[in-house]
Design a protein around this ligand. Structure first.
Ligand code: RAM
Length: 310
């Protein structure tokens, strides 16, 4: 691997998102081990897409070697990312993708179908396969959120076991804790027959759990989603939540940095079928459209949540 590279991370949001902070920490560790320089820039608001594009232009002008971005929007960053690639900068997305032609590789946390299958299945079981449910998402344009929501809607529409489950709305808390908390209250008021909520965002699911745990809905309105074990431990232990799932965001950041370094070092170019050794020595193969998967998400319940610390 080359040394002396500059690899820049541009998370969807800086500050207030521990998941993305953990990913950056993982990335930083890998970059520094490669005797290279880690940079992190970004907007504090996960909906400030023009701001995110400006940061990419800034990094392109500085002439960094690689940019790793968790995209706020699939389209809006494309011109900026293409300018970066035209200048020879390796561009990867991690966590949340752009259109495939706007980056070299997408480092995806997990397989979409598998991830959403587990979320829907878990909530369906808890509500006895009937009743109204809602999704509490992050920002409206986030590629990862919308990919997961689409897949959950497909599951609900096509699996005959879910015929009596009715998705009443998708609400957007913009990955802001307070907004997601308030929104949970509004959903419960607006849909008095609500039986369950799926929140595929670490900030959303934590805020919704906090709301439920201090309300008469605790244990009655079911909640699942993508949450960190450290955030969700109290709510799993107090019976508000039975299970959530996630992957280790630090590992996602490590794989993102390693992938970026492999591109800069010309070990891969982003073509399907190319393989490279990841940080643990295992081989990772690029799938269709240059996608790399971190692995399978872990399901956390009262039985295993204490074994995890992230
Ligand atoms: C939030 C963000 C992030 C998502 C995780 C699960 O932190 O929306 O993009 O991947 O949740």
């Amino acid at each position: 691997m080359k040394k002396g590279m500059t690899i820049a991370f541009v998370p969807k949001q800086l500050g207030g998102n521990l998941y993305l902070e953990a990913a950056s920490k993982g990335g930083k560790g890998v970059v520094e081990k490669l005797a290279s320089t880690f940079k992190e820039v970004g907007t504090t608001d996960s909906t400030d897409t023009s701001g995110q594009a400006e940061y990419i232009d800034q990094l392109t002008n500085e002439g960094v070697d690689a940019i790793a971005v968790s995209a706020q929007d699939p389209e809006a960053l494309c011109s900026a990312l293409k300018r970066a690639m035209d200048k020879g900068i390796a561009v990867i997305t991690y966590d949340s993708d752009t259109r495939p032609e706007c980056r070299n590789v997408f480092v995806s946390p997990a397989d979409t179908d598998e991830l959403t299958f587990k979320l829907v299945q878990s909530l369906a079981e808890q509500i006895d396969y009937k009743g109204d449910i809602a999704i509490l998402s992050a920002s409206r344009n986030a590629t990862n959120q919308n990919t997961w929501i689409k897949s959950m809607k497909e599951d609900l529409a096509t699996d005959p076991r879910y015929t009596h489950i009715n998705l009443v709305t998708v609400a957007y808390g913009d990955d802001k804790d307070n907004e997601s908390y308030q929104l949970t209250g509004s959903l419960l008021k607006q849909y008095p027959n609500l039986k369950g909520i799926i929140s595929p965002t670490t900030i959303g699911v934590k805020a919704a759990a906090r709301y439920l745990s201090g309300s008469p809905y605790k244990g009655k309105v079911r909640l699942t989603g993508l949450g960190t074990p450290n955030d969700m431990r109290p709510y799993v232990k107090d019976g508000t939540v039975q299970s959530v799932e996630l992957w280790d965001p630090t590992e996602l950041g490590k794989l993102a940095a390693w992938t970026a370094a492999s591109l800069v070092s010309k070990k891969i170019t982003g073509r399907e079928g190319q393989a490279f050794r990841a940080t643990g020595g295992e081989f990772v193969t690029l799938k269709t459209n240059g996608v790399v998967n971190l692995g399978e998400p872990t399901v956390f319940t009262i039985k295993n949540i204490d074994q995890y610390n992230f």
